[in-house]
Design a protein around this ligand. Structure first.
Ligand code: NAD
Length: 265
């Protein structure tokens, strides 16, 4: 296997668990130096950094809340101090605070929008500013971003209006940014996972009944793993995907294909 991200320097937000952790491992395997952002999972972030270094890679753990402007600026300063600059961003941090609409507090609406949408905006803005300071790469993108979206940028989700609105926002933010900075040879894309086995949705897969119900929504017939998402992110960030910008790549085993129509014709 080649190392398509050799010499590239990446920041992955929310990398102490789940998809972010898998993505950080994947980017490191592909040769990137990886800044592992965490909010509260310091032990897990440091264990991941140790694992990457033990494998001969470069990594650093950086604490920070992506919904806070100053902390995001500090994250990018930390990445630049560790690696001398930054070329790649995976804006992955996200939360859910579910409630039927009549019971959804303004606080829970705002919490989800602040992390999932504003947090990605702050990270993308800082990344674009930093890429502009970095070297040009003749014939190649100077910087690339992947925003972690969800099938819920497309599929409405009753009982999760804050989450679905945040991901719908991520889609339009990603496309508008992609359009705005393409001329500068900065690529901005999104990955939209379906159901991936992580702590965020544990109740959807940790019993047999729950898993069976979940699998009815997945034509491909299995739950996704963080590595499935990591491979897609790695490719989108690599020069292999050089002509791709403003696109959402669904990594969902067909969840967005109206699975209730299977065998219904
Ligand atoms: P997770 O809970 O394991 O990971 C979320 C990460 O975000 C955690 O590491 C958490 O510490 C971090 N985080 C939360 N608030 C933060 C903040 N304010 N600042 C910095 N970091 C913060 O869940 P996951 O499934 O790995 O989720 C990762 C991303 O993938 C999220 O954006 C989520 O919406 C998206 N996603 C997940 C699935 C799935 O099925 N698991 C599906 C679609 C999209």
């Amino acid at each position: 296997q080649g190392r398509p991200l050799a010499g590239r320097r990446a920041l992955v937000t929310g990398a102490s668990s789940g998809i972010g952790l898998g993505v950080a491992q994947g980017l490191a395997r592909a040769g990137a130096a990886v800044a592992v952002n965490y909010r509260s999972g310091q032990e897990a972030a440091e264990a991941l950094v140790a694992e990457i270094r033990a494998g001969g890679g470069q990594a650093v753990a950086l604490q920070g809340d992506v919904s806070k402007e100053e902390e995001v600026a500090a994250l990018f300063r930390g990445t630049a101090e560790a690696f001398g600059g930054i070329d790649l961003l995976v804006a992955n941090s996200g939360i859910q605070k579910d409630a039927p609409v009549g019971e959804m507090s303004l606080k829970d609406w705002q919490a989800v929008i602040s992390v999932n949408l504003t947090g990605q905006f702050l990270c993308c803005r800082e990344a674009i500013r930093a890429f502009r300071q970095g070297p040009e790469r003749p014939g190649k993108a100077r910087g690339a971003i992947v925003c972690m979206s969800s099938v819920h940028e497309l599929i409405p989700w009753a009982g999760h209006v804050n989450y679905a609105a945040s991901k719908g926002g991520v889609r339009m933010m990603m496309q508008s940014l992609a359009q705005e900075v393409a001329r500068e040879r900065i690529r901005v894309n999104a990955v939209a996972p379906g159901a991936i086995r992580t702590p965020i949705n544990q109740e959807a897969w940790d019993t047999e009944e729950a898993l069976e119900k979940l699998l009815r929504l997945i034509p491909y017939g299995r739950i996704g793993e963080p590595e499935d998402v990591a491979r897609a992110v790695t490719w989108l960030l690599s020069d292999e995907a050089d002509y791709i910008t403003g696109t959402t790549l669904f990594v969902d085993g067909g969840m967005s294909l109206y699975p209730e129509f299977v065998g219904n014709g």
